[in-house]
Ligand binder design. Structure first.
Ligand code: TMP
Length: 251
């Protein structure tokens, strides 16, 4: 295939110019990083799984009227997405205490939170994506008050959708991170869910055993990351199947 112009390369994905104006091709790499890229590895098959899983979640969100950048999957590692202006925030929704909130507030890992908590981090690798408040967001003009109202309500809808989908296959959605982008239709601007939704950006625990099925497996050396992500994909029925029935993760 003729190689397209590379627009941007991040830690886990590459964006190429799309076939039509207003589109991009999002390529999922096998690279995994943690702790602001202090820890790195290549995990064969991760990109294929995340491409499928992000397709699955974004398609479901589109179907319930939460707009996303996802248009269609192109192949094992690539999807066609709408080009958008990324808002420089990582929007985190937490249902149970885990990760940084435990350290910050001294909470016990696994504690159910009194209600879903939405947090924002400013997307800046050099600064380690620091936690910010709506005051910083408004003062520095990263998003308007109207944007923030939309972001919170969309993030909570994503949380309800994802929690329900995962609960149905025996998995607890502990927390997740999403990103938003702006698209313009003439003078009209709206926000859409962008980037990816995959076990790289969620915490997913088996409801019965508590087994971790997300990137914490890599962050904390708990086992094989592809096995964990394959288990999530298998339960959701989204694993690409070979004729002999085994999943195919290499292309
Ligand atoms: P945290 O507990 O480290 O703040 O992470 C909360 C959630 O956000 C967790 O599901 C992992 C996800 N996340 C990312 O996807 N990217 C990041 O850079 C960070 C820090 C967290």
């Amino acid at each position: 295939m003729a190689r397209r112009k590379k627009i941007y390369e991040g830690k886990a994905k590459i964006l190429y110019e799309g076939p039509e104006p207003g589109t991009l091709v999002q390529y999922f790499k096998d690279d995994a990083t943690a702790f602001n890229a202090e820890k790195k590895a290549t995990i064969e098959g991760k990109g294929v799984l995340n491409n499928r899983l992000s397709e699955f979640f974004m398609t479901g969100l589109n179907q319930i009227g939460v707009p996303t950048h996802f248009i269609r999957r192109l192949n094992m590692r690539e999807q066609l997405v709408r080009a958008c202006e990324i808002i420089p925030l990582e929007v985190i929704v937490r249902n149970y205490a885990a990760g940084s909130i435990c350290k910050r507030l001294g909470l016990e890992e696994g504690m159910q939170l009194p209600r879903p908590i939405v947090e924002y981090c400013y997307k800046d690798d050099a600064l380690g994506d620091p936690l910010v408040t709506e005051e910083h967001i408004a003062a520095f003009g990263w998003a308007s008050q109207q944007d923030m109202d939309d972001i919170v309500s969309l993030a909570l809808r994503v949380n309800d959708f994802m929690s329900g989908v995962m609960l149905a296959v025996g998995i607890r959605l502990v927390d997740f991170k999403i990103e938003f982008g702006r698209i313009y239709d003439g003078d009209f601007m709206r926000l859409i869910v962008a980037d990816e939704i995959s076990p790289d950006s969620c915490r997913l625990w088996d409801i019965k055993t508590g087994q971790k099925l997300d990137k914490d497996v890599f962050r904390r050396d708990l086992g094989d990351l592809t096995d964990a992500y394959s288990e999530v994909a298998r339960r959701l029925g989204v694993l690409p199947k070979m004729p002999h029935g085994k999943p195919t993760l290499i292309n």
